[in-house]
Design a protein around this ligand. Structure first.
Ligand SMILES: Cc1cc2nc3c(=O)[nH]c(=O)nc-3n(C[C@H](O)[C@H](O)[C@H](O)COP(=O)(O)OP(=O)(O)OC[C@H]3O[C@@H](n4cnc5c(N)ncnc54)[C@H](O)[C@@H]3O)c2cc1C
Length: 475
């Protein structure tokens, strides 16, 4: 394995410090994952299952919203329903007309207008099925939370392809609920065909996962498993060729100068800009990856004393935060995208007198974040957190981390599907070359791990076949 940086993990970066108040553990990239069989299997195989921590799935996920016909809620924090239809009665983020429009659309009693002949954006798809209000108050902040994206630019069939597929999947018309019923059946069938190993850590739907010392535990464990002789840090790939005999020739820039590594198979999981440049000689279609846009995002972690928090839903003075965090719809005019209540999710993220918050800011609709100083970003985040969660007289918190990601999350915009289809055709012509990375696998941490696990099986098969062919040729 070769990596440009001096540590493994890519944008998975977990940090910790101990000071006079105690220990703080935080993330500077992704904050958590939805548990999947691939993650728990990998954790088991690496011997880190006992490090897995799962956040209670019943903790509420909040949307901050005030006014425009929504009902009132403590601190304007509306918990998204987890128990349907029971929670709908108290769910007043949507107005009654908004709820009725969404409900009738979801079950197909209001038929969505036909799909347009072009790739639909997320806004168009959701509005067609569930109405404007559900889009603005629920889906818009969700898109900020997952992609830091612009729902007018993101293509529904690529960015939210699992939901997009529901439209054609149901037995009772195009309503999403009908599709979801059949999808649940599919999931149950898939599970019975591939039952989890009883030794793997179990998890329930709705739970979110991490590791005791943060997400970077996983890539660090992979790197330990491989051992130092097979992990080359500080190796920036600059070209990839193939010898007439079939061996790949990878050339790296390192601190000690240029280095060449030859390999029978290559899996390239670098971000689009690098892959586009390096792979295009062997796969000309990779050139188009330069069209994939990844906006800047900053992650800011601040710890505040528990005494600084307002009265919040489900909270108490000894435990003011009870939830996953809050998302901020663009209509609310608050610049941050949302805040993860890290210390409410996972144990031992900060000393008992504190709460730890991770706020993301920037994204496709706020590209100017890349030009701001770190001090200004922290100041903005502090003001945004204050508005939603803190008492007016709360002192400034303890700043732990501010990291600006100039190229954060690839946006699956209109045309993305075509770029990937072309890439796949090109890749298919170069035996032994495997192209991965979050521009292709899905952007979620779990999607990246799942894709990696499946690709590893293919590479193993390829090398086995290759070994047999060579042995025959040499015999
Ligand atoms: C701020 C932020 C928050 C996120 N939050 C979440 C979340 O909460 N939950 C979730 O599921 N997902 C989240 N994501 C998405 C998820 O973390 C990523 O999609 C995923 O980790 C990407 O993994 P990757 O291996 O494809 O890419 P990367 O992590 O970008 O890895 C690419 C690697 O390639 C290396 N590289 C680049 N150029 C070269 C070169 N020339 N030679 C050698 N190596 C090179 C890089 O150094 C890097 O290590 C978040 C992403 C960001 C940026």
């Amino acid at each position: 394995m070769a990596e440009k940086n001096q540590e493994v993990g890519g944008n998975v970066i977990s940090k910790s410090i101990k000071d006079e108040d105690g220990e703080f553990v935080w993330e500077e990239g992704p904050n958590s994952f939805q548990p999947t069989p691939a993650i728990v299997k990998t954790a088991h195989e690496l011997g880190i299952s006992s490090e897995l921590v799962l956040a209670d799935g019943s903790l509420p996920r909040f949307v901050y919203w005030s006014g425009s016909g929504a009902g009132t809620k403590l601190a304007n924090l509306h918990a998204l329903p987890t128990n349907l239809p029971g929670d709908l009665l108290s769910f007043n983020l949507l107005t009654w007309p908004g709820k009725i429009r969404a409900g009738l659309g979801a079950i197909g009693l209001i038929k969505p207008s036909p799909q347009p002949p072009y790739e639909e954006s997320i806004r168009e798809f959701v509005t067609r099925h569930l109405g404007v209000e559900t889009f603005e108050r629920v889906i818009d902040p969700f898109v900020s939370g997952v992609y830091a994206g612009d729902p007018d630019e993101l293509a529904m069939n690529s960015a939210l392809r699992k939901i997009h597929r529901l439209e054609g999947l149901g037995d009772f018309g195009p309503g999403l609920v009908s599709g979801a019923i059949n999808r649940f059946k599919e999931i149950a069938d898939e599970k019975s065909l591939n039952p989890p190993d009883p030794e793997w850590r179990t998890y329930k739907s709705g739970e979110l996962g991490s590791f005791r010392r943060g997400l970077q535990t996983l890539p660090i464990a992979v790197s330990k498993y491989l051992g130092p002789s097979r992990v080359r840090l500080g190796h920036a790939l600059k070209s990839l060729d193939r010898e007439p005999g079939g061996m790949f020739v990878a050339t790296f820039d390192t601190e000690e100068g240029e280095k060449v590594i030859k390999a029978k198979a290559v899996a390239l999981t670098s971000p689009t800009k690098t892959t586009s440049k390096v792979a295009r000689k062997l796969v000309p279609e990779a050139k188009r990856l330069e069209e994939v846009y990844s906006p800047p995002v900053a992650s800011v972690t601040i710890a505040y004393p528990k005494s600084s928090f307002k009265d919040l839903p489900g909270g108490s003075p000894s435990s003011p935060l009870r939830g996953f965090g809050h998302l901020l719809p663009r209509k609310m005019g608050i610049r941050s995208l949302g805040t993860i209540w890290s210390s409410s999710l996972f144990p031992n993220r900060c000393p008992p007198d504190y709460e730890l918050l991770l706020t993301y800011i920037g994204g496709a609709r706020d590209r100017g974040i890349a030009d701001m100083s770190e001090a200004d970003i922290v100041d903005r985040v502090n003001k945004d957190v204050r508005k939603v969660l803190l008492k007016d007289n709360a002192p400034d918190g303890k700043l732990l981390g501010c990291r600006v990601w100039p190229v954060a999350i690839p946006q699956y915009r209109r045309g993305h599907k075509e770029i990937l289809e072309e890439l796949e055709r090109g890749e298919g012509k170069v035996e032994g070359l495997y192209l991965g990375g979050n521009y292709r696998t899905g952007v979620a941490f779990g999607d990246c791990v799942g894709f990696g696990v499946e690709e590893a099986k293919k590479i193993k098969e390829f090398l086995k076949k290759e070994g047999k062919v060579r042995a025959k040729q040499e015999a």
